[in-house]
Ligand binder design. Structure first.
Ligand code: ZN
Length: 125
């Protein structure tokens, strides 16, 4: 039910902030979020139906960024080559597992930080 709670808080934020009035809301979803996108979209639609004003929104997947603690290299998921599709799926559903699959592409260290890709943020257009 994480998706519903998230959709509720997104809509609550949109309702509370003046800058979203009359705008199309963009939900930036971190690539590593353990969110079922279909469920989230459905929840957003259902909750916004009960809203006084209809909320027009789109979801943008935000690519993850990592920073290696050994050599200082910044890298993204697409630079990490040796993953199978199955491993990618695992990363999407269990973000904690990212440490088991991702290595620094430069020095192969597994000591890195996740800088982007775990959070959810809002914008508009
Ligand atoms: Zn490195």
């Amino acid at each position: 039910m994480h998706e519903w709670a998230l959709a509720e808080s997104v809509i609550k934020t949109v309702n509370e902030k003046k800058e979203f009035v009359g705008k199309k809301v963009i939900v930036y979803m971190g690539e590593l979020q353990a969110i079922d996108m279909e469920v989230f979209k459905f929840a957003m639609e259902e909750i916004s139906k009960q809203n006084k004003k209809k909320i027009d929104f789109k979801i943008v997947i935000e690519e993850s960024k990592f920073k290696c603690n050994s050599c200082g290299k910044d890298f993204s998921m697409s630079e990490v080559k040796k993953k199978s599709e199955e491993e990618k799926e695992n990363i999407h559903f269990i973000p904690e597992m990212v440490k088991a699959f991702v290595k620094c592409p430069k020095c192969k260290s597994i000591d890195f930080e996740i800088i982007k890709g775990r959070g959810v943020s809002l914008g508009y257009e």
